[in-house]
Design a protein. Structure first.
Length: 91
C-alpha cells in the first residue's frame, strides 16, 4: 500500500545588530495555513561577537514557538472533529 508523502519547508529570516538577533520562522501547511513564530537572542557585552551563535539561539527559540503553535493547532482540530475536549498534547 502506498502512502502519501507530504513535505514541509520552514523559512527562517534573521535581523541582527551588534548585540541582538531576531529570527522569524514561517511554515506554510498543505491546507494553506501559514504559521509564523519569532525568536530572540542577546549577546552579553563580555561575549565575543559570534553572529552564528545568535542565529542558532534565536532560530531555535523561533522553531520552539512554531512547534508549540502546531501542537495547539492540532489540538484544536482534534477537539473540533471529535466534539469534545481532548487530552493535552505534551511535548
Amino acid at each position: 500500500m502506498t502512502k502519501t508523502v507530504v513535505g514541509w519547508h520552514v523559512e527562517m529570516e534573521f535581523q541582527e545588530d551588534d548585540t541582538h538577533t531576531r529570527a522569524v520562522a514561517m511554515l506554510r501547511l498543505s491546507d494553506g495555513t501559514e504559521v509564523r513564530a519569532h525568536g530572540h537572542a542577546s549577546r552579553h557585552h563580555t561575549d565575543s561577537n559570534q553572529p552564528r551563535v545568535g542565529e542558532e539561539i534565536a532560530g531555535a527559540r523561533a522553531l520552539n514557538e512554531l512547534a508549540m503553535q502546531l501542537l495547539t493547532k492540532a489540538h484544536g482540530e482534534i477537539d473540533s472533529a471529535s466534539g469534545r475536549t481532548s487530552h493535552p498534547i505534551n511535548v
